[in-house]
Design a binder for this molecule. Structure first.
Ligand code: PGA
Ligand code: ZN
Length: 438
């Protein structure tokens, strides 16, 4: 028995940024250290994610999590009591076996994710280290610590905005900023000017799920045009200082090779959607595109990556669901070149790291990401720094569940004395020959 020995595992129902129930697990160790974590929730989910177990029934639209909360107390707690919180791999294995189903439908992927992350937080706390430093020490990359480059949403669309436009995220990346703090300053100005533009044109209708402005546009491209204008109004040169990043989230409007762009009143096949996106890449300073095709369209992904993979980051989110096997398969087919990393898609810390390692092995870039249903839990920011993930995406520049993460990175930046350096070497694909990059 030592300071890392698990003494108790407690769970409670808490509430996320959409006002929906979610799970918080609290792990207490023998001499008082403890760690907490809350599972976030996606709205545009990949079908291969571990299951987010909900109670069904009338209350909260069937979204309650009391079954999963009770499984943590009655099944997980006794299984973990007495174990060493540093043994993350063993603990995650026990959690997976305890559930016993492929999709984590018995105890719930959400219950297991919160617990896995809470164990990690508890171990760091017993070591009296912030999580980012604990991870860096465990993984031996203390020397190479760097801050992830942020991609920040300005307009939120897709299912985060009742499908007001089809494309889900219209984001900016401050490619020429010389510090993390400066990247935030530039993005803050762009966000502010986007708001002014929307107000001046009578289109300001609040914000979408991740805090980006509600996309009151008549076409998807109008959102891109307005984003370019916002960048210019803020005094920046698109493509020189600020690049664009889009999350198409195509699984939400496409299946079996048919894509319905409701906002543009068009139905496209896979090649035509690819063609449309390539046209945007040629006309706008886009350096990253996530889920350009639907998760079932591997051939479409492969063709798209063949066409633009040397110029832009082609990111698999719903397509790869933070799953090492999916990453290996995609790499074999050259189906994309970057991984979006979401711990609650993978289900445990160990599986999340495995997907990240697989991405690195195949020369993929990686972006750690929040979900559309979030809380004040900052764990992912620590994972990004501690694991050396070079990009981060936590939504827009408003709403506290987003700002708490950007602000946590400011504190870490100060602690590691890297306020000066924001664009870590290799954040974007090395082969990137896109003319927009300075
Ligand atoms: P989600 O969206 O959390 O609703 O899945 C985030 C994303 O697609 O990146
Ligand atoms: Zn996505």
């Amino acid at each position: 028995m030592n300071k890392f020995t698990i003494k108790s595992v407690h769970a409670r129902r808490v509430w996320d940024s959409r006002g929906e129930p979610t799970i918080e697990t609290e792990v207490t160790l023998r001499y008082g250290a403890h760690g907490r974590a809350i599972t976030p929730a996606g709205a545009s989910k990949g079908s291969g994610e571990v299951l987010d177990l909900r109670d069904g029934g009338k209350a909260f639209g069937g979204r309650d999590v009391m079954k999963a909360v009770s499984a943590i107390k009655t099944e997980i707690a006794p299984a973990l009591n007495g174990l060493d919180a540093r043994e993350q791999t063993d603990i995650d294995k026990i959690l997976i076996e305890l559930d016993g189903t492929k999709e984590r439908s018995r105890i719930g992927g959400n219950a297991i994710t919160a617990t896995s992350m809470a164990v990690l937080n508890a171990a760091a706390s017993a070591e009296k280290l912030p999580l980012w430093r604990y991870l860096a020490e465990v993984h031996g990359n203390n020397e190479t610590l760097s801050l992830p480059l942020p991609e920040i949403q300005i307009f939120g669309g897709g299912v985060h905005a009742a499908k007001r436009v089809d494309v889900q995220d219209f984001m900016v990346i401050a490619i020429a900023a010389t510090s993390y703090a400066e990247a935030l300053e530039w993005s803050a100005e762009i966000y502010r000017h986007a708001g002014i533009l929307m107000e001046n044109t009578g289109r300001l209708h609040g914000v979408a799920d991740e805090g980006g402005f509600w996309p009151a546009f008549n076409s998807n491209e109008e959102a891109i045009e307005t984003l370019i204008q916002a960048i210019e109004c803020a005094g920046f040169t698109p493509g020189q200082e600020i690049a664009l990043s889009l999350d198409i989230a195509a699984s939400e409007f496409g299946k079996n090779g048919h894509y319905t762009l409701a906002c543009d009143d068009r139905v496209l096949d896979s090649d035509s959607l690819s063609g449309l996106l390539v046209d945007w890449i040629e006309r706008y300073p886009i350096i990253s595109i996530e889920d350009p095709l639907a998760e079932d369209d591997i051939e479409g992904f492969t063709k798209f990556t063949w066409a633009v993979g040397k110029r832009v980051q082609v990111v698999g989110d719903d397509f790869l669901v933070t799953n090492a096997k999916h990453v290996a398969k995609a790499a074999k087919l050259n189906a994309c070149n970057a991984l979006l990393v979401k711990p609650n898609q993978a289900g445990t810390i160990t599986e999340t790291k495995a997907a990240l390692d697989m991405a690195e092995k195949h020369g993929y870039t990686s972006i750690i990401s929040a979900r559309s249903g979030e809380t004040a839990d900052p764990t992912i920011v620590h994972l990004a720094v501690g694991w050396g993930v070079k990009q981060i995406k936590v939504g827009s520049f408003s709403r506290s569940e987003r700002m708490v993460k950007w602000n946590e990175e400011i504190r870490i930046a100060e602690a590691i004395g890297q306020l000066k350096h924001t664009r870590p070497e290799g954040a974007l694909p090395a082969q990137n020959t896109f003319p927009w990059i300075p």
